[in-house]
Design a protein around this ligand. Sequence first.
Ligand code: C2E
Ligand code: CA
Ligand code: CA
Ligand code: CA
Length: 275
Amino acid sequence: AKRGGRNRHFTFDPALIEQLEDRRAMESDLRRAVMREDFAVVYQPVMDTASGECTGAEALVRWNCSDRGDVPPSKFIPMAEELGLITRIGSQVLRRACIDAASWPDKVAVSVNVSPVQLMDPRLPQTVTQALEESGITPARLELEITETALLGNDEEALQMLKQISGMGVRISLDDFGTGYSSLSYLHRFPIDRIKIDRSFVAQLPDDPGSASIVRAIAQLGVSLDMRITAEGIETAAQHDFITKHGCSNMQGYLFSHPVPHTQICALFDSKAPR
Ligand code: C2E
Ligand code: CA
Ligand code: CA
Ligand code: CA
């Protein structure tokens, strides 16, 4: 809207109106997708640095909308969070992931992303229990990935729920570490089993001294706090070498594999990391 002369009047930009209409249309498509459980889950392998074997996989949601084609999570997850739909999407992904993991080798864990909005829902522990019971996988094979943002505001409730879930034997990872309001006190207060070093640091390895120091420091933190460390977004052999030398326990990235459908991931469980 533009401000006019002395008598304020508004002229609406047609492009803006179109944008709002587009958004409305996408919201209603998203609601429909949630009702129909129209989401797919793909998996990106997590490699064990020491053995070079695939010992886990991260579940990533996909929405292939009949009218829009593939909509990236970066577009529809924030919308789902605003509309209060993320809890239902999240539990659909969690259930699917656990059922798929039930057919994998026992050494392969599955990790599932949990939105900060889901961490405010008191039914989360029950949703997790149900997904475990329904699939029959042991709690130790499930990992939930949370972000620092989730720990910021509502901490007391989130803390109690995470303790309950952790008490069941499910592991908790802190995703995108270093990008949010990182505070070392989270690592101490919350039952965190793993730190995932954000891709933005890994992307600048090995040449950028700042990123190199940060990655080294987080790896050392992992040793002293007895946490596992995953470096994500590994795309090059040079990044792989750096991470191997500096003691991160796990690696993920396009160098090993893009996220793939369930039917394809099983073939990767026997493969070794490239050297
Ligand atoms: P994330 O949890 O940090 O997931 C990693 C993202 O990086 C994925 O993007 C993955 O495909 C991408 N990636 C993996 N390796 C590489 C690499 O080597 N290079 C580059 N450039 N990218 C790599 P994706 O699947 O588009 O997901 C984006 C974000 O959407 C996720 O970031 C996560 O925050 C969110 N998301 C995805 N699935 C879910 C879900 O089921 N629930 C929730 N709450 N959020 C999800
Ligand atoms: Ca993640
Ligand atoms: Ca991440
Ligand atoms: Ca991310």
